[in-house]
Design a protein around this ligand. Sequence first.
Ligand SMILES: *Cc1c(COP(=O)(O)O)cnc(C)c1O
Length: 338
Amino acid sequence: MELPNFNQLGFDYIKTPMRFVAEFKNGAWNEGFLSEEENLIVNESACVFQYAQTCFEGLKAYTTADGRKVCFRPDLNAARMADSCRRLMMPVFPEEKFVEAVRMTVAANRDYIPPYEIGASLYIRPFMIGTSPVLGVIPSSEFQFRVYTSPVGPYFKGGVKPLSLRISDLDRAAPRGTGHIKAGLNYAMSLYVTMDAHAKGYDENVYLDPGSRTYIEETGGANVLFVTKDGKVVTPKSDSILPSITRRSLMYVAREYLGLETEERRVGVNELEEFAECGLCGTAAVIAPVGKITYGDKEIAFPAGMTEMGPVTRKLYDTLRGIQLGTIDAPEGWIVEV
Ligand SMILES: *Cc1c(COP(=O)(O)O)cnc(C)c1O
């Protein structure tokens, strides 16, 4: 297969040569194997199609400054997928085997990991589906676990442009599902509200807690971080958001590398004006600055981040990127060589 032009990558599926496939039958996972076949043949009545029994993970492999090929904290993706599986009545794929499957898949597609200089990476997508045919609403009895990869470009291609977000009442009638698991069902539920936000000129929709609709949750696919005017890093505490690995890592970096105070607590919508900086965090961007959030007839601007990354956002970004790319010493276990 011909290698893609690493300089022209966006965020689109590009087939790579190998993927890992394991199957669950008669109550047990088989060993799994690497396959060249990217297409699946699955029964039309499979639980994944009818009742959305599926979950996924997302992480990246990079080339470090000194030429190593690495992944960032894959053990946390394994643990989170295990949680998603338990919630969706799917059999956990053993966590150590998950990490091994990720390493095997990346190693098998090694040539597709972009070089260090470009800022691009190899995106890794582990997922699981319920494959047995069902008509009544019951969990599948057979499953497939797969890991495939696709090279992707840098998030900040063509420079940093702070995001414009909005909070809407639309998601009161069209909620995004149950955000604390990483599953397609939440994304399906968020499409309507997100596309509406795009149509009105916003980059993302910010969800409020479904109960009281007074606290900030997260966006469709990223957690939120705030920086107070006195330099404290704050992130919303909620049981209904997805525990972002990037967010947890950034909070650690803020405390242990930058000596900043951190707080995980409920964040009220009426508090937004108090913050100096805001960012969205996730594997895709690490942290993307937010310039403003529109809420009803109010437009809340974050003065430090209107045209570029605010100073604290920038430090968080540079430090975590440095850790990932091997120019800053990483905490034990964060960087896994493939
Ligand atoms: C994947 C995801 C995130 C980001 O998590 P990371 O582990 O940092 O990539 C945040 N919110 C939702 C809903 C997600 O699906």
